[in-house]
Every structure is written in structure tokens, then in C-alpha cells.
Design a binder for this molecule. Sequence first.
Ligand SMILES: [Zn+2]
Length: 222
Amino acid sequence: MGGCLDSELIEIMARKKVPDNIQVELLTQSARRCCLCFGIDHDYNEKSGQIAHLDNDPSNNKIDNLVWLCLKHHDKYDSSTSQSKNYTIKEVIGYRNSLYEKVNTLREAAFSSSLADVSNNKTAHIEQDLKNDIRELLGRINPIIVEKLDKGQIAIPVMISLPKVNSLQQLTTNEQFSKFLKIQPTGSVNIGFNNQVGNSINDLDQGYLQGYILYPTGSLKS
Ligand SMILES: [Zn+2]
């Protein structure tokens, strides 16, 4: 029993050590879906769960080493030993990648259709809606971009995946857009997967990432 408590304590301490911004990133990426429920049981429902360290090293809080697992699968993953053929890191990473892709695709679809709704009703597309749309899109590319905007940074380099470039271009068709933002392509292209390009890139779509510099021209705060 004592051992059980100890390991629970260690786990709680380990969970506490995951920095807030990383936790937010993980919860956003996973949308609190358990990738093992998703990958194995085809269950895409939101789950109560915990942040698990793939390599079982509670001090390794890199986003790549973290995954949102439901309680059942977290227990099962942590109890993996060389003797019982439980889930391997690679297997879980594979399911996690598929899950993130699915989350992202659904978000992109929902966002595009909400943009379409707005542009179908142009009179309702007041400035505030546009600001909100720009903020939401930039936040989904990387929450840090919005922080930089709010701090008044005058030029923000970003890498953006194609689906989000398309969403951004859709926004630029609004005549008010340039009141808030100017966008200049840098011509640089990277192959990105799961946001490990550069140090400030967080665009989850698989595929090409295109370089842009954002020049804020007006406050995007509400
Ligand atoms: Zn699960």
C-alpha cells in the first residue's frame, strides 16, 4: 500500500512540474481526447485524464514527451514492463499524431464554416468579429503570437501551415483587415510535423509550413 501511495505522490509532483504553458498546449492539441481510446477503441469523446510522460521521466516536460491519457490507459501505460507487451512509446506517438491530425482537421472545418457564415452575412461582420477571428486564427497557429501582439511587438515571424494560410487569406479579403495586420511572405518553406520547426512554431498540421512576417497595424485587443 505504501508503495502505491508513493508512486501516486511522485505522479502528482510530476504532473505539477509540467509548466502551465505546456499544459495548455497539450490540452489544446489533444482537446482532452485520449489518443489510446481514439487509436484503439475509435472513441473520440472527451475524457477525464492525466498528462503522461511517454518516457516515464517526470522531469522531461517537453511537449513531444507528453500525452493526454484517460485514467484507464494511463495506468495501463505506466504499468508497462518488458514482460507484459503493453503499449510502446512509438505506438502511442503514432496514435497521438493521428489524434492531433483529427482534432486539427475538425477545428479547421469548424473554423472555415464559421468564416463562411460570417462572409455570407457581411453586414454582421463588424470590426470586432474580424478582430476575434484574427486573434483566434493566430492563437491556433501559436498562442505565443497573440501574446506578442498584445505586448506590442512590431514584427512577428511565423511559420504557417497551408490550411491556416488559406484561412488567413480568407480573412484578408475583408476590407478592414489591413487596419489590424499586414502580412508579408518571407518565401521560406519548411516541412513540419507536430510543430517541431524552429523554436516558436506551433502549427499542428502535417505538411508544408510557409514563412510570414506579421506587422500589427492596430490593436487586436477586444
Ligand atoms: Zn483512453
